[in-house]
Design a protein around this ligand. Sequence first.
Ligand SMILES: [Ca+2]
Length: 223
Amino acid sequence: MSREVIILTMAFIVAATAIAPVLDVVVSPPLNNTDSLMSQTIDLLAKCLHSQAQRCPTPGTEEETHCSGNFTPVGHSCLLIGKGEIVTWAEARSFCQGHESDLVVFKDANHYAATLDLIRQTYGANEKINLWIGGSDEAQEGRWVWHTGELMQRGQPFWGSICGIGVENRERCAEPSGGRGENCAGLFHRDNHYVHDFACDINISIGANFNPICEKTAIPKCY
Ligand SMILES: [Ca+2]
């Protein structure tokens, strides 16, 4: 091996050793001979190239995200519908938290629409089920916030426009319309799962069956 090659190899070692901590590459102990030096250099360069080649895309599509457990990728997040879990709003949050998640928060209209698609896939078109989401005005009447502390967007395309449970003639209401008696947000099946306000512990005896929709952050799928 020529002197120039040895010098070049040593330069590779110095450079690769300097960047190894950044790339989380383990560097072997000092080397004893020239052949071993060359072998270690090639191995080290291969590891560096592999590290640089691995990319984790920004979550945004179902193909690019991975969800643990029984959660389903929906846009930028993972959702789990607690089908069969008839619960109050507080019980719905507890159910989600037991699955390392919380009630769903709609960050935009696309996320809301994708969630509606999942509801239809889960229940079919004719299931008369309502679903709890993560909004409330319990702390301050009329100030609707998500459990994250963010303000809920009001009006279209989220909130409904027909009156809620107990009003049978489908008269029109601008939701939320329940005042101090209704402080928890849910998706009302009779209004195509638009957002409505409901009593947080609404009685299931009047046909108000509520399941939870849980959400947690998607894991970027790296390649
Ligand atoms: Ca209220």
